[in-house]
Design a protein. Structure first.
Length: 620
């Protein structure tokens, strides 16, 4: 049953439709004016990143000066091109006050120019994808940890984490969150999704995804579910190449597409949906030529069959479709910025995310030229005028629905004071701690908990994880002793054997797939990071270490900190395996997930027994 909108809603839609018509070309306007009007409409269909900006002659590629205040050149760009939105990254975010001032400056600039307010977006999924520092917003353990809590706690953590994220973002001036990821984690070797997924059961992912959307949007933040039509069953990262999903359409409907379908048809659909840079031949096997003239299967981001026929017609999505970043290799390797934008709009995308990198004044000039070329091609009919009008209307309606214009209506001093005086941070920390405990899962050996050994040796993936584990143990059980060896560079035989002889318990922490160097946060020395051990070598070393420890009669504990698949291989050599689904440690070396791990090992926290993926590695 379709609900009848309120009179206020109808009137606002009528007003916005009129605004859209004014933005769009008039049939009576001359060609030059028509072209300018299309450029104004085109600007609303773009979200740019202002990660770095240099006006001192530094080249675009070398520019690393973060944008933490709004330069006049970028303010002029926003106004001149009527830009629809900006996406922020960690480089743009330092403190609450600084971030509010930046967002306020951007929104106020648009308001003074009598232009539509901006989408100010961020990737704040929680877990390993968190742009705000932990001093401003608790990162939370992430989606797979939420998935692990599902059968004991239902949707409580999904909704409460999303509300915590949403309320904090909203108060800081961020109105759009590219979250949650509702991809199905069906490929153990997936390098980019893994713990960003709620799990491998489509119906569970749908339920948890819907509650996350509800939590964000009830806090006044637009949710963008991703990555349509599903990035879960890939062994390739679309940041570096173009994945190809081999599922049949029947498999897609029961798997990858199911969470999207159910969330779209739910009572509170997300305001946005993000496309994936993947090939999905069963949904569209059309071939196109890349910029080298080579034939290739069209990516979903550029596919009308996927974004219009499947998403709009079959699934009934009426919201705003935003592309994943067009500067990612999954698109940029094969298409020019101009062609990528045109093809994305033709496919049915409403917004092109990061279609052009702006770092210098020269880039601003090149972007203006790009806008001219794209708007000229739209004027020539490559994107139908009715399609353009409908797209701009969707964008305007979404901005009105979430009242994006209101942020700049209150005084800046009030905004800063509101954040400084709120209690959101304390509540979020409490939720983070509770979820960390709820997510800790016993893979096997729970009957051998708690451990009673007093002298521990730990092997951790890097120095930061060693420091965090030591800090947690010291705070929770100061009478116990522990040495920890980081595996960034593998310990020599003599060092390891000496340490093992002093211990009566061996703990091995594993991060698979291997984490990025930036996640080490500089706590390892430069030599260790420069000659970092490959994951296969780390696994061979830890397997040998566990075998040696067992021979010496030590109790052995395996802790998969990311994905749990390695537990099957290591099971013959370990007494206990405990999965955390998160390895977050902040720059202050604080980690609620390590606190929860220590509490579980010592019997102070009862582990969960539900694993949201098949850790044996088998697939259905």
């Amino acid at each position: 049953m379709r609900l009848i909108p309120s009179l206020a809603t109808v009137l606002s839609r009528v007003f916005l439709f009129s605004l859209c018509i004014l933005l769009l070309p008039s049939t009576y306007a001359n060609q030059s004016n028509q072209h300018e009007q299309i450029k104004k409409s085109l600007g609303q269909k773009i979200i740019l990143d202002f990660r770095f900006y240099c006006d001192d002659g530094t080249s675009s590629k070398a520019c690393k000066k973060p944008v933490t205040t709004l330069p006049n050149a970028l303010k002029d760009l926003l106004i001149t091109h009527n830009i629809g939105g900006v996406i922020l990254f960690s480089e743009n975010i330092k403190t609450n006050k600084q971030l509010i001032e930046l967002n306020y400056a951007m929104q106020q600039a648009m308001a003074k120019a009598k232009l539509p307010p901006l989408f100010i977006a961020v990737d704040q999924e929680g877990g390993r994808v968190a742009r705000l520092p932990s001093s401003m917003l608790a990162p939370f353990p992430g989606n797979l940890a939420i998935g692990a809590s599902y059968y004991q706690h239902g949707t409580a953590f999904s909704e409460n984490v999303a509300k915590g994220i949403g309320s904090s973002l909203s108060s800081l001036g961020i109105n759009t969150n590219f979250a949650p990821s509702v991809d199905i984690n069906s490929e153990p070797k997936n390098p980019v999704i893994n713990v960003r997924s709620f799990g491998e059961t489509p119906s569970d992912v749908a339920v948890l995804g819907q509650s996350f959307v509800d939590g964000l949007q009830s806090s006044g933040v637009i949710s963008a579910i991703k990555h349509f039509p599903g990035h879960g069953d890939t062994q390739t990262d679309s940041h570096t190449s173009l994945p190809n999903v081999k599922h049949s359409k029947a498999q897609a409907l029961k798997g990858d597409l199911l969470p999207f379908s159910r969330i779209i048809s739910g009572g509170n659909p997300p305001g946005m949906l993000m496309s994936a840079h993947i090939q999905y031949p069963s949904l569209d096997s059309t071939t196109v030529k890349d910029k080298q003239g080579r034939e290739m299967t069209i990516p979903a981001t550029l596919s009308r069959k996927i974004l219009h026929d499947v998403l709009r017609n079959e699934l009934g999505y009426q919201g705003v479709v935003v592309t994943d970043a067009l500067d990612m290799a999954g698109i940029a390797k094969y298409f020019s910025p101009e062609d990528a934008m045109i093809k994305a709009y033709q496919a049915g995308a409403d917004i092109a995310l990061m279609p052009f990198t702006i770092r210098t004044p020269q880039d601003i000039n090149m972007f203006a030229a790009l806008m001219g070329k794209v708007s000229k091609r739209i004027s020539s009919g490559e994107v139908p005028s009715t399609q353009l009008a409908t797209s701009v209307q969707r964008i305007a309606l979404l901005k009105a629905k979430f009242s994006l214009n209101r942020y700049a209506e209150k005084a800046l001093s009030w905004r800063v004071s509101d954040v400084q005086n709120n209690v959101k941070k304390t509540r979020n920390i409490q939720i983070e701690k509770a979820l960390s405990r709820a997510a800790i899962t016993s893979l096997y050996g729970a009957e051998k908990l708690p451990v009673t050994q007093k002298t521990w040796l730990a092997l951790m993936p890097d120095a930061l994880r060693c420091l965090a584990l030591e800090k947690s143990l010291t705070s929770i059980a100061p009478t116990l002793r522990m040495a920890c060896l980081p595996l960034t560079k593998l310990p020599n035989k003599a060092t390891f054997e000496y340490a093992l002889k002093q211990a009566d318990l061996l703990i091995v922490g594993d991060i698979s797939p291997q984490h990025a160097v930036y996640e080490m946060k500089g706590f390892d020395n430069e030599e260790a990071m420069a000659s970092r051990a490959p994951l296969d070598d780390v696994h061979r070393f830890t397997k040998s270490a566990l075998q040696q420890a067992k021979k010496q009669g030590l109790t052995t504990v395996l802790v998969p900190l990311r994905m749990p698949y390695i537990a099957k291989e290591m099971q013959p050599h370990t007494d206990i395996a405990i999965a955390t689904f998160s390895y977050n440690v902040d720059s202050e070396i604080y980690s609620p997930i390590f606190d929860a791990l220590i509490e579980t090992i010592l019997g102070l926290n009862r582990p969960n027994d539900y694993v949201p993926v098949q850790w044996s590695g088998a697939s259905e």
